[in-house]
Design a protein around this ligand. Structure first.
Ligand code: ZN
Length: 117
């Protein structure tokens, strides 16, 4: 992919990255931390089974957002290296429609489908 072709995807990625960071910050998570450990939660939950479940739900969401953020960072790094839009498994170009829907996609449809069985 030519550098100029990557520009719209870079903009999409930047936007999504900002949105994710905002969401994480809103949830009390540090977007720059590497793991969930050492996070200082203060949801005002009482120490009950109910609140543990709530807390786990929030943690699961944070984990998913973090994974997305990580994928976005990887995609941005690939734009820097000029390898953006290439399937990590088979090396084929990822379809533009797919990149428009998921600009941080790491696999093309073919490999994605194989992966999910
Ligand atoms: Zn592939």
């Amino acid at each position: 992919m030519e550098a100029a072709e990557m520009t719209p995807y870079r903009e999409l990625l930047d936007e999504q990255k900002e949105a994710l960071r905002r969401q994480l910050t809103d949830m009390g998570a540090d977007p720059d931390a590497d793991s969930l450990e050492g996070m200082d939660f203060d949801f005002g939950f009482a120490d009950s089974a109910q609140s543990t479940a709530e807390r786990n739900k929030v943690l699961a969401v944070i984990e998913r957002l973090r994974e997305n953020l990580h994928d976005i960072d990887l995609a941005l790094a690939k734009i820097e290296k000029g390898t953006y839009g290439i399937c990590e498994r088979c090396g084929d170009p990822i379809a533009p429609e797919r990149l428009e829907a998921i600009p941080y996609a790491r696999l093309d449809m073919k490999c994605k489908q194989k992966e999910s069985g």
